[in-house]
Design a protein around this ligand. Sequence first.
Ligand code: PGA
Length: 242
Amino acid sequence: MNKLIVANLKMNKNSVEMSEYLEKIVKEEYSNDIVILPSLSNLFLSTVHQNEKVSYGVQNFFYKEEGSFTGEINLKMLEYMHVKYALIGHNERRKNFKESNATINKKVLNALENNVTPILCIGESLGQTRNNLYKAHLKRQLSLALRGVKLADLNKIIIAYEPTFAIGAENSADLLYVESNVALIKSILKAKSTKVDISPKILYGGSVSLDNYEAFLNSEFIDGLLIGRSILNADNLIKIGR
Ligand code: PGA
């Protein structure tokens, strides 16, 4: 089954570097689906570099309608930039920009209104894992982020499960640990309805590399990957996407 590979470029690459990167990527053929999340300043390149297996999205946006919000960009303004996905609730935004669960919830609802697929990031800390608080934490993050989302819309959302201790770390989280938490997330979502089959895609993210991506992609529980550092090299993304 083909899987979803989401490339989070974070705050990397100027427009020339990004153009060279995309030029390489769109030339190839892939069995997996690829989503590229460039910086907002590089998003215009999505209009130039196209491949049927490659889509684009944003790492961030503001959920308000137009108005006096200096420095912000909303999804309507990006209408012609091929934005199909929006990353929401990434730990770097929760931590460095104090994004709350309430803000994350507003972004999820706003993305759905704009027909943009939310990629909602959730994940526990090492302390929560050690103290056996991680299950309650994941449940809470999901319930706050998805407040007010219609049952029928839940399958439009992608969940990126990223234990925070595995992001930008030396090692990824353990595969069996990830699989059991992905199964937990699936069961929490399924329990929301007995009538609608709720089974959104669940990705894993956190120090995925050329050494470990195959194990995660081969897992029947995991629907794809959210990758940062490793995909800054176009050849790596090409390899993982094939
Ligand atoms: P990493 O980043 O692959 O560099 O750990 C993943 C992420 O931040 O989503």
